[in-house]
Design a protein. Sequence first.
Length: 191
Amino acid sequence: MNRNQVLPQVELSAEPSALKRVDFCAPQSYKGAGFLSISDLPRVAEEVSVINPTDGFSWSVATHFENSPGSEPHQILELGLKGRLHLVCLRCLQDCAVDLDEKRRFILVLTDAEADDYSIEDEEQEPLVVSQHFNLLEAIEDEVLLSLPLIPKHPDGFCEPHASTFGDGADEDAEVERENPFNILKNMKKN
């Protein structure tokens, strides 16, 4: 490829179905933006506690070629995600709005071997194996899932711990006499 060659830029469609087959192997760059509702992301939909009509993610994608000393230019993909979804707060067990605002940078590679050889010390960008029929919608969904908090919870002071999780402090259970689980063994010994 001629290093001075001007490559065409293709505008990506905002339609989720169009994002399922993007040819990142073609000598061109891409740019696009749109909005994905939770229903467009089935694996994310499995994680949410409730789906509000306004929940979802605005996404933006831009690719460009960067020169690398001693080799062909590498294609770089920059992905931006911003949106909201609702998860269960693990403190109070109520719905909790979670806002995400992520920016990711990937170097596009053609094989798993190239990805394996990529330096893991570069924290600014990760290798992403692409093809002529790359599913960009799935990659966006992967990034949403990776961005979810491990322990979703409201901000401090917003909610109280759920009583069934930590006990409600009442001694009602202390007054109720519980059946001894070893009584059955005692009865078996008598027989």
